[in-house]
Design a protein around this ligand. Structure first.
Ligand code: HEC
Ligand code: HEC
Ligand code: HEC
Ligand code: HEC
Ligand code: HEC
Ligand code: HEC
Ligand code: HEC
Ligand code: HEC
Ligand code: HEC
Length: 421
């Protein structure tokens, strides 16, 4: 593999030709043949000094099309669809070639691809699956970190859904075609697309990019757990871990959360008409009672914290100093998060500690809010009393002045007789 690959690059005149007859002639062609020569200007391979002949073979130093595109001399032409991965792998699986350009670049894409559902089906002769160019495009291949690349996290869902949302194309396989539709309603898409949070998963984060296959039943919680580490740890030791594997349909976290349309969780998942638990635990059974109890604790803590929050906000509106209690309330919110996490052990006792701690914070901060409001009232009364006292004082002074005016004021001029009219 190694020697021929290098030989191939040398034969194709890599880096030597200042004149590139392939580009020159193809750029002058009508519509069809012109495309690649126009597109290739923005291609990552062009940026690294590679050109048509490095992929397609042929002799770029001659203007004679018969000599230039001579199959006997190594011209490969347009690769068959099923041959494309190998076509790209000639370089991308060769550490010797890739090292010259990008020493740290991975060289396992083809190897992984062969383990994917795409790769296996292609090897079996099915041309409908994704090959390298369906995900990366061709003749305008961009660096994967480029925000315009079709494999940039923000574009991956569209790239995959070109096939996976196409009912006709997927019909022979009998698998759902709603992944993108569902995914677009999810908390993950919301985080990725609306808040530009690139740590949220796109399709390839859960399925792999080259080794794309659906996570196995056993590995679903591992896939989610690669990001939600603590949730996965609790789930792993929960009673459900063993039983959900037997349920089928993916198992793991997705039994309760689904896989593509993961929505904002709430206690409605635990209790009420939409509870996921009710699907397996009939009302009145122990687990169903546990679920209701868990929901009650979470709702209770949430409500208590909200009550404190409004109380403190009101005190703040009146200009009272409550910042310390407001900071303390953050601890309570964290306890609620911890309680939601602990719930994943499915042992209600494990929720007690954070719930109790959170309730204590709620009580303490509510007290602080009440105290601030009482102090506000005291100050108001104080203010009212002082206003009244001041008013009384003003009235008293006014009365005094009037009395001085009528009793000991200056004598009118007419009384002196100096002026007559
Ligand atoms: C003097 C003009 C000329 C030169 C030089 C030339 N080509 Fe072509 N090439 C053509 C024409 C014309 C076609 C046929 C166009 C078509 O079928 O749409 C073609 C077809 C192709 C095809 C498609 C072949 C297939 O299998 O369907 C590839 C790939 C290609 N050229 C690559 C190259 C490469 C690489 C070089 C340089 C080593 C090169 N060409 C040099 C004119 C040229
Ligand atoms: C990174 C490798 C790569 C480079 C560089 C490259 N091509 Fe291609 N080219 C391909 C692949 C892969 C296909 C097959 C596309 C398909 O099956 O749709 C292809 C297809 C073609 C075709 C067939 C018609 C078509 O558009 O499908 C022509 C013509 C062609 N290339 C010409 C060129 C020319 C001219 C250049 C240089 C300007 C070039 N290619 C550079 C990989 C490359
Ligand atoms: C199902 C879609 C898909 C297929 C098929 C695919 N890729 Fe990728 N490729 C991706 C995604 C997604 C990335 C990662 C982008 C990122 O890191 O953000 C990627 C990354 C890469 C990278 C950058 C280095 C790396 O490994 O992360 C190279 C090089 C690459 N692919 C080449 C190939 C080659 C060669 C083939 C064919 C053997 C191929 N790809 C097939 C989707 C695909
Ligand atoms: C002649 C050798 C060669 C061939 C053939 C080749 N590539 Fe590349 N490719 C490179 C080199 C060199 C780079 C630039 C170094 C890098 O960034 O990985 C590159 C870069 C890439 C990148 C960007 C990787 C990144 O890290 O951003 C992708 C994607 C890619 N190639 C896909 C393909 C696909 C798809 C094919 C087949 C159609 C192909 N390549 C064929 C040599 C080749
Ligand atoms: C060119 C079309 C095409 C593109 C693009 C494509 N796929 Fe596929 N994919 C297929 C076909 C066809 C199958 C075979 C379906 C089967 O065997 O059930 C498949 C199978 C799969 C499977 C296995 C499904 C199963 O349960 O059998 C997964 C997972 C998958 N693709 C994920 C992806 C992801 C993720 C992307 C994007 C990064 C992607 N695909 C891009 C066509 C495509
Ligand atoms: C949060 C992780 C995650 C994300 C993001 C994700 N998937 Fe999945 N996907 C899964 C899991 C888990 C399964 C179910 C595996 C099982 O049933 O064994 C699955 C199943 C599939 C299947 C098999 C058929 C089916 O629907 O059951 C396909 C195809 C697929 N996903 C494609 C996609 C595509 C396309 C995207 C992006 C639009 C995507 N997935 C995003 C986790 C994810
Ligand atoms: C690549 C990392 C990653 C993977 C894999 C992943 N997630 Fe997420 N998840 C996130 C990020 C980031 C958020 C957004 C957190 C936020 O809202 O701040 C999130 C949000 C969530 C939420 C909403 C949490 C909240 O507080 O709003 C749930 C539920 C969730 N993910 C479940 C899952 C499940 C189930 C899986 C597996 C099928 C999974 N996640 C796979 C990163 C990931
Ligand atoms: C038995 C059902 C069930 C399983 C299995 C399950 N969860 Fe949950 N999960 C829930 C319920 C119910 C909530 C909602 C709690 C609430 O907000 O009241 C939740 C909430 C969450 C949240 C949001 C926490 C927050 O602070 O808002 C995340 C993230 C999460 N789960 C991830 C996971 C991951 C990852 C797995 C697998 C390792 C998993 N869950 C398995 C039922 C489940
Ligand atoms: C897919 C079916 C399924 C779903 C959904 C489900 N469970 Fe279970 N759960 C089981 C099975 C099966 C067992 C083990 C047998 C048993 O004890 O009933 C179990 C056991 C339990 C136990 C332990 C009972 C004990 O006596 O040790 C608790 C607690 C529990 N589940 C709570 C929940 C809660 C809360 C939810 C919703 C968030 C839920 N389950 C959702 C199937 C499910």
């Amino acid at each position: 593999m190694r020697a021929p690959a290098i030989l191939f690059l040398l034969c194709s005149g890599l880096g030597a030709a200042a004149v590139d007859s392939c580009v020159t002639c193809h750029a002058a062609l009508e519509e069809g043949g012109k495309g690649p020569a126009t597109l290739i200007k923005g291609d990552v391979h062009t940026a690294h000094g590679l050109s048509c002949a490095d992929c397609h073979g042929g002799d770029r130093t001659t203007d004679d099309p018969d000599a230039s595109m001579n199959r006997a001399k190594g011209f490969l032409g347009k690769p068959a669809r099923t041959a494309i991965p190998k076509f790209c792998a000639r370089c991308h699986s060769s550490p010797d070639i890739m090292r010259q350009y990008a020493p740290r670049e991975r060289v396992d894409q083809f190897e992984l691809y062969q383990t994917s559902v795409h790769g296996k089906r292609l090897a079996a002769g099915d041309p409908n699956v994704a090959t390298c160019i369906d995900c990366h495009s061709v003749h305008d291949i961009r660096p994967v970190k480029d925000s315009m690349s079709p494999v940039h996290p923000l574009h991956v869902p569209e790239t995959c859904s070109r096939c996976h949302s196409d009912k006709q194309k997927m019909a022979p396989y009998g698998i759902p075609t709603n992944q993108f539709e569902e995914y677009r309603t999810s908390v993950h898409w919301e985080a990725l697309a609306k808040r530009s949070d690139l740590s949220a998963p796109s399709c390839a984060s859960c399925h792999g990019n080259h080794g794309a296959k659906p996570p196995e039943v056993e590995s679903v919680s591992a896939v989610c757990g690669s990001c939600h580490v603590l949730f996965a740890q609790l789930y792993e030791r929960s009673v459900h871990k063993a039983v959900f594997s037997a349920v089928g349909g993916g198992g793991g976290c997705i039994v309760c959360h689904s896989n593509h349309g993961i929505h904002q969780p709430s206690t409605a998942m635990l209790a009420g008409p939409k509870a996921v638990c009710a699907g397996c635990h009939d009302a009145g059974t122990d687990p169903a009672k546990t679920a209701v109890q868990m929901a009650g604790w979470l709702d209770g803590l949430d409500a208590a914290l909200k009550r404190s929050e409004t109380r403190l906000a009101r005190a703040e509106e009146y200009g009272m100093e409550v910042s310390e209690a407001q900071v303390r309330l953050i601890d309570g919110r964290e306890d609620l998060v911890k309680a939601r996490l602990a719930m994943h052990s499915m042992v209600s006792g494990e929720m007690r500690q954070p719930v109790d701690a959170g309730m204590a914070v709620a009580a303490e901060t509510l007290k602080a809010g009440d105290a601030a409001l009482r102090e506000k009232d005291v100050r108001r009364w104080g203010l009212a009393v002082s206003v009244i006292l001041i008013a009384i004082a003003i009235l008293a002074i006014r009365g005094l002045i009037r009395r001085i005016e009528t009793n000991g004021g200056p004598t009118p001029l007419t009384a002196s007789g100096e002026k007559t009219s």
